[in-house]
Design a protein around this ligand. Structure first.
Ligand code: SAM
Length: 182
């Protein structure tokens, strides 16, 4: 394991639950929500970019932790997510296809990403495209999180063959969770 991996584990192996009553969606089956909150709280990223909003639970945990901006992108922005996330003034929801290079070019104009979370359609094909488009926007020293790296054989093979400074945190989600250090 790399030094950054050891340091990350030392800090975040057992992240605590988010105390902010505006956060939602944590039900014990998804301890990675605690990680999202704790890392955001500890590192205070200026810009978090999340690929895959869905109901907004993960978005709320990032936003509860950091005073920075959380830009969350989904191909379909759900009204229930929009309504619940209105409680935060540091979230921007953006409808778009994360496979679209024009969207990545637009995001690049926001400045370097401190923390990127990739959690959309869990296929090796899609995550490969997303990492190619958005990964270069992450600043040196930044982090990339991946949910569901063990959700299917294709994702599992993709993660195993990924040549990055990476760390797997199986305790964060029963479907797998990975970190890449940039
Ligand atoms: C697993 S859910 C996200 C869960 C959320 N991050 C959480 O932990 O609470 C996946 C989301 O990815 C979105 N999605 C799938 N393919 C996409 C694409 N090509 N572009 C943008 N969003 C996509 C889906 O609409 C869905 O809402």
């Amino acid at each position: 394991m790399s030094d950054r991996g050891k340091e990350f584990l030392r800090q975040f192996e057992n992240p605590s639950q988010c105390p902010d009553p505006r956060s939602f969606g944590f039900d014990g089956s998804n301890p990675y929500y605690n990680l999202l909150y704790s890392v955001a709280k500890e590192r205070q990223p200026n810009l978090v970019v999340e690929l895959g909003t869905c109901t907004g639970g993960s978005t709320s945990h990032f936003a509860a932790g950091t005073g920075g901006k959380v830009l969350s992108i989904d191909i379909e922005i759900r009204p229930d997510a929009t309504n619940r996330l209105l409680a935060f003034d540091n979230i921007e929801l953006r409808q778009g296809d994360t496979r679209d290079p024009a969207l990545a070019a637009e995001v690049a104009k926001r400045g370097p990403i401190d923390l990127l979370f990739i959690d959309t359609d869990h296929t090796a094909e899609q995550v490969t495209v997303e990492l190619a488009l958005f990964g270069p926007l992450v600043r040196p020293g930044g982090l990339i999180f991946f949910d569901d790296i063990r959700i299917n054989p294709g994702m599992s093979a993709w993660w195993d063959s990924l040549e990055e400074n990476k760390l797997e945190l199986p305790q964060m989600h029963w479907t797998g969770f990975g970190v890449v250090f940039r």
